[in-house]
Design a protein around this ligand. Structure first.
Ligand code: GTR
Length: 416
């Protein structure tokens, strides 16, 4: 019965609907101890412990990103110097892999502020495509597979004209550009469509020697790994564009794409700042707490996001050799920001905060302060130095309040 109900609910409904059997009671959270970070010195961390932990995340959670994928090709397909009423220059860049032509490639949309020459840049994937992020009518409509959504006017798994601008509140382009930041984004489904068999038409099959017949083994990558790879290819392109300061890139993502920004950020040091918004289970939230979404729930609903054996921790998070404070710690000493929303219990806001708190001793090894405070701060009160945190009023979403904190954080660390 519960399985049937589970299948009927859409992903966004799941994110908000309390479900029977889901723990929302602080008195009943898991009490298993977290794996030990085994801290000694900053040097030992960098040389030994960090690579060990990164490997544990490859082996048990997200899978390893193959190192032998060929070089990407960049084609700037359109440039508009008076985008958004003259505020910005907008470019589209097609990224492909000539050595693996079965992958259809990804279309990056880059906005750079005209007032600044070499702008620091936020880099993130979208749920709905470039035309959903922007409100500009001349942005090409995505033709790729999308998750069906009546609310968002996705019909027969394709975007319709009515999907234009539907994600724009999550990407306040004018506000970001006016503050002197650039934005580079692409549709996550360009890299791999987000469903159980999506990999067959996406990057993972295209670069795998067995193509769509691949049987994924423990430790091999899932969709989050593939999407993260895409973020790094955007970073590759940004190193070549004179309108962007390729040394100041912040990777950002919301929800499943917040899990993705964390995994991309910890693997790719060119992301000088890592931001996860409402990333929850499989992201910033501690798995051992079993509050809101659990390892059992996520691996049943979205096994394709992870490496196969992550599912073996369903109902047994304590057996997993990592927990998510170790993921946050992998960012050290780079600045990282964890954002929660007050109504987003599914993502376990306290578990998200605690990852930051328990990762803070790693920052201390480098003489830096992490979240600074001991207890979760009051709503709408950003805290933290090298690990930023806030819990915003409202639901699972990305709002101007969130962006304001992310930009304040970036500005403070990049002294712009
Ligand atoms: C939910 C999923 C969450 C989160 C969310 C989203 O259904 O359970 O882990 O990723 O989707 O990405 O919107």
């Amino acid at each position: 019965m519960r399985t049937t109900l589970f299948l009927l609910l859409t992903a966004s409904a799941l994110a908000q609907t309390p479900r029977p059997g889901v723990n929302y009671d602080e008195a009943k959270v898991g009490t298993d101890p977290l794996p030990d970070l085994k801290l000694t010195t900053a040097e030992d961390w960098t040389q030994k412990r960090r690579p060990e932990i990164l490997k544990l995340f490859e082996d048990h959670v997200y899978g390893k990103t193959p190192g032998d994928i060929g070089a990407p090709k960049f084609e700037v397909t359109a440039t508009k110097t008076d985008a958004l009423g003259g505020l910005a220059t907008r470019k589209f860049i097609h990224i492909s892999l000539p050595s693996h032509p079965a992958w259809p490639g990804m279309d990056v949309m880059l906005y750079t502020p005209n007032a600044i020459k070499n702008a620091p840049c936020f880099v993130g994937l979208s749920f709905g495509g470039n035309h959903a992020v922007s409100t500009e009518a001349d942005v090409p409509l995505s033709t790729r597979w999308m998750r069906e959504s009546k609310d968002k006017n996705v019909v027969d798994h394709r975007a319709t004209e009515a999907t234009r601008g539907t994600e724009s509140s999550r990407w306040p382009l004018e506000m970001i550009l006016k503050r002197g930041f650039a934005v580079a984004t692409a549709y996550y489904g360009d890299i791999e469509p987000d469903h159980a068999d999506g990999w067959k038409e996406g990057l993972r099959a295209a670069v795998s020697k067995d193509g769509a017949s691949t049987i994924w083994k423990n430790g091999e990558w899932g969709a989050i790994g593939a999407w993260s790879w895409g973020l790094s290819r955007i970073a590759d392109y940004l190193q070549t564009d004179p309108l962007v300061d390729g040394k100041h890139l912040a990777v950002i993502g919301h929800s499943r794409l917040g899990k993705t920004s964390l995994w991309a950020g910890v693997q790719d040091p060119r992301f000088g700042i890592i931001i996860s918004n409402d990333s929850g289970e499989g992201g910033a939230a501690l798995m051992r707490r079993d509050f809101g979404e659990t390892t059992a729930i996520i691996t049943k609903a979205f096994p394709h996001w992870f490496t196969p054996n992550y599912s073996s921790y369903a109902g047994n998070a304590a057996a997993c050799p990592v927990d998510m404070h170790m993921l946050i710690a992998l960012a050290a000493p780079r600045p990282i920001y964890i954002a929660s929303a007050a109504d987003d219990h599914w993502a376990d806001q306290k578990g998200e905060f605690l990852s930051g708190k328990y990762a803070s001793p790693v920052y201390a090894l480098f003489g830096k302060q992490g979240v600074v405070v001991d207890a979760q701060p009051a709503i709408d009160t950003p805290v933290g130095d090298f690990i930023g945190y806030h819990m915003r009023t409202g639901k699972h979403d990305v709002t101007d309040f969130d962006w304001t904190q992310f930009m304040n954080f970036a500005a403070r660390h990049w002294t712009k």
